[in-house]
Design a protein around this ligand. Structure first.
Ligand code: F6P
Length: 496
């Protein structure tokens, strides 16, 4: 590891994801412009695509009436990692708006999202949505082939295609088929950013075999944690009758051996440290802040969290007027009914709890429904006494990691995580809290608020050290390494 200085892929890399690493918008003159995305994944992966002269295939966030309208270059002031991604290296996937709505809001967000988070009662199963999911995946695959055809043919450096997430679980099927038909070799890797459920949940999906076959068209399939890998291996064996090796995480399919790997994602740790060092103080209070930051999503356990905080105030009145819950809820998937209903429920609950406890100088809950800037976010993370990350189910949860990166004050605060998030599996020094058990959750918050300084320092040091080492660049390297595509410093020396 010591010799690797730059994350680079030995062949060109084509990334295929539902969203491009930026959103296309029209400015007031009707011209297309890019709005950059600040996500950690984009930060880590875009340089690999750019350095290897690869491509990014994805939905641009807007329907283009004229599909041949040229992609805009980045703004000259853009300093984000995607700025170097030239317009001819971006393949926007154009899908009929009705098909896209049924694929994205229907199959992805109303079926796979709840099902893969083990909430089958919230999932809807509609043949029409599935049909459009198939159509959309085929379109993404065809766009990927366009990119693949443009890459120089070089037997030594086989291009790597990296398929992302539950939106695109079928795409590899066609990519493999096309690349074989046209004799353009490529390596195919998949990474799922959400949990992979146990077989008994997964098999509720009427077309579950097709999903597994789509994923198994890859050479390697990555998940955040070993439990998800084992669930996947189990499903392959029980649904498809594949021969599997649980110890080495291998699945035999179509005469190939598919590797299954736990690759826990990290964050751009240093970037958050810098943000926390620079961000001005925004919380003006002597009260302690318990912080929650989430997309407004029913998997995040927000209702349970508010009830646990209410219980805390009931059982430990010493916290009245001394502690506030600051909850940031970022609007998400607002076209889906379940998300609209959750918004209503949250509004009512916040109102009820605040109405019950508010005094002239204090409110128990400060609720922000909206987006906040990165600076403000870093200041919230830095100046909060407790980070409350209590999803009912979550693939990983990066908020837990961003919180510890920004905890630069001495003495630091305390992180609470749910065991049902991938982060709960790896962040061992956090306090673990079962969000379903409201009474116990309130006691864990109380314990965090009253934890001695030396214990807080010890726990936070370990948490920060681990996230610094296992940051998002490390994750990208691990993926490339699992694909046999990691370029090392030695390769650079050979190139001269
Ligand atoms: O974590 C899964 C995920 O789909 C991410 O890929 C995405 O950034 C996030 O949830 C938000 O979802 P959406 O793209 O539907 O807004």
């Amino acid at each position: 590891e010591g010799i690797i200085h730059v994350v680079a892929s030995s062949g060109s890399m084509i990334v295929i994801s539902n969203r491009l690493p930026f959103v296309l918008q029209r400015n007031k003159d009707g011209q297309l412009v890019r709005k950059a995305s600040a996500g950690g994944l984009v930060t880590a992966v875009a340089p690999v695509v750019i350095n290897g002269n690869g491509f990014w295939v994805g939905w641009p966030g807007l329907h283009l009436e004229n599909p041949d309208e040229p992609m805009p270059e980045s703004d000259p002031d853009d300093i984000t990692p995607t700025a170097g991604l030239k317009s001819n290296k971006v393949i926007p996937v154009q899908i009929d708006p009705k098909v896209f709505d049924s694929y994205y809001n229907g199959c992805c967000n109303a079926t796979f999202w709840p099902l893969f988070h083990s909430m089958p009662d919230r999932a809807s199963f509609k043949g029409e949505h599935w049909k459009n999911y198939v159509t959309a995946n085929k379109e993404f695959a065809e766009c990927t082939l366009k990119a693949l055809r443009q890459l120089p043919k070089n037997a030594a450096d086989v291009p790597l295609i990296w398929v992302h997430d539950y939106h695109l679980m079928l795409a590899a099927n066609w990519i493999r088929q096309f690349s074989e038909d046209e004799n353009i070799p490529c390596k195919l890797g998949f990474f799922l950013h959400i949990p992979f459920p146990p077989w008994d949940i997964f098999r509720l999906f009427p077309w579950s075999d097709e999903i597994l076959q789509g994923m198994l068209a890859c050479d390697m399939v990555g998940f955040h944690i070993t439990d998800y890998c084992l669930n996947f291996v189990d499903c392959c064996q029980r649904n498809l009758g594949c021969r599997v090796d649980r110890k080495n995480l291998l699945v035999e399919h179509g005469g190939r051996s598919v590797r299954v790997r736990p690759l826990p994602i990290g964050i751009p740790f240093e970037r958050f440290v810098e943000l926390a060092e620079k961000a001005p103080k925004v919380i003006s209070t002597n009260q302690k802040i318990v912080l929650g930051v989430d997309r407004l999503d029913y998997t995040k356990g927000l209702v349970h969290r508010l009830l646990a905080f209410e219980k805390l105030l009931e059982k430990h009145p010493e916290h009245l007027e001394k502690v506030s819950l600051l909850q940031v809820a970022v609007p998400s998937r607002t076209d889906v009914k379940e998300y609209q209903e959750l918004k209503e429920e949250m509004d009512q609950l916040v109102g009820r709890i605040n109405g019950r406890f508010t005094t002239p100088n204090w409110s128990p809950i400060r609720y922000i429904y909206g987006c906040i800037s990165q600076d403000e976010l870093a200041a919230f993370y830095r100046d909060s006494a407790v980070g409350l990350v209590t999803p009912l189910r979550d693939g990983m949860n990066l908020v837990a990691k961003e919180f510890v990166a920004c905890q630069i004050n001495i003495p630091p605060g305390v992180l609470i995580v749910s065991p049902f998030a991938g982060a709960g599996e790896t962040m061992h020094e956090a306090l673990i809290c079962n969000p379903y058990e409201i009474d116990d959750a309130s006691e864990v918050i109380h314990r965090a608020l009253t934890m001695p300084e030396d214990e807080r320092i010890l726990r936070m040091n370990y948490l920060r050290r681990r996230e610094k080492l296992n940051d998002v660049n490390y994750w990208t390297k691990s993926f490339l390494s699992a694909m046999g595509s990691l370029q090392t410093q030695e390769d650079y020396d050979d190139i001269g």
